[in-house]
Design a protein around this ligand. Structure first.
Ligand SMILES: CSC[C@H]1O[C@H](OP(=O)(O)O)[C@H](O)[C@@H]1O
Ligand SMILES: Nc1ncnc2[nH]cnc12
Length: 288
């Protein structure tokens, strides 16, 4: 059996397998929420175990709305992962975050509508705090790893998740700009919120692939533009993950691992037995 991974990587658009993993083992995981987007590929990088999951499936056949975010987070937790790096393609809403750059966002604005956004349901109410939606520790580690590459990297910026799959109108894009939002994508919500509920450290390495649709001298975003920019820049993410894995300590203590400590609202005797059992993986340590 492969060792517990030091890091789980969720690969987004343009990243369906992880180059350079050695001693690779592919694991089919099933979850109470259904199948994750892809098998989990476990392997070693810099001598440490890493897990990789392709968010849109291998071949990119799952839309941002249809990604089973709960199954993906559950699957990564079930193999023992405690930290997640999400690799995402995003549009830029500001001039100085240019295509080809990388952003490590520190805020998240959720404009999605049609997604399961919590593990808590069926008689068990919990309210986690996503005031700081990304783990500060892993985000800083990601930034340190990226700046060792030749990529231009920005630490900080707010990231809006739209429902998609369509891109934005100019009216929407200009509204988001007026709100001071930095980058735009379609997958970080609810992924980041579910990772917090699962008490996992979660950070994003966002590749800027385009200027969305607001720019007066740049063409509006298209799939061709996103794919081309990603092809030119994915090597930065691969290199950064290598740097990150090399630097990450095996032992760590982060407040993300206690995110549910003050979140459970339902009086324990009122929790239905089936729900208590189904969510045992999250709540046993608080209700034992
Ligand atoms: C292919 S452009 C839109 C698509 O790309 C991003 O995916 P991911 O976050 O998984 O890299 C964006 O969120 C949309 O899903
Ligand atoms: N402009 C954009 N809007 C939403 N998602 C994106 N992913 C990459 N570019 C994007």
């Amino acid at each position: 059996m492969t060792a517990q991974p030091i890091l789980a990587v969720i690969g987004g658009s343009g990243l369906y397998q992880f180059e350079g993993l050695q001693d690779v083992e592919t694991i089919e995981v099933d979850t109470p929420y259904g199948k994750p987007s892809s098998p989990i590929v476990m392997g070693t990088l810099a001598g440490k175990t890493v897990a990789f999951l392709a968010r849109h499936g291998i071949g990119h056949f799952i839309s941002p709305t249809e990604v089973n975010y709960r199954a993906n987070i559950y699957a990564l937790k079930s193999i023992g992962a405690r930290r997640i790096v999400s690799i995402s393609a995003c549009g830029s809403l500001r001039e100085d975050y240019a295509p080809g750059h990388i952003v490590i966002p520190d805020q998240l604005i959720d404009f999605t509508r049609d997604r399961k956004r919590s593990f808590f349901e069926n008689g068990l109410v919990a309210h986690i705090s996503p005031a700081d939606p990304f783990c500060n520790e892993i985000s800083t580690e990601i930034y340190q790893a990226v700046i060792q590459t030749s990529a231009v990297c920005h630490l900080g910026g707010s990231f809006i998740t739209i429902e998609g799959p369509r891109f934005s109108t100019k009216g929407e894009s200009n509204l988001f700009r007026a709100w001071g939002i930095s980058i735009i994508g379609m997958t970080t919500s609810p992924e980041a919120f579910l990772a917090r509920e699962a008490e996992m450290c979660y950070g994003v390495l966002a590749h800027v692939t385009d200027y969305d649709v607001w720019h007066t001298s740049e063409a509006p975003v298209s799939v061709e533009m996103v794919v081309r920019t990603l092809q030119e820049n994915t090597h930065h993410a691969q290199e950064a993950i290598h740097n990150l894995v090399s630097a990450l300590p095996e032992d760590f203590d982060c407040k993300c691992s206690r995110a549910l400590a003050n979140a459970l609202m339902t009086n324990p005797p009122a929790i239905p037995a089936g729900t208590r059992q189904q969510l045992g993986w999250l709540i046993d340590k608080y209700l034992a």
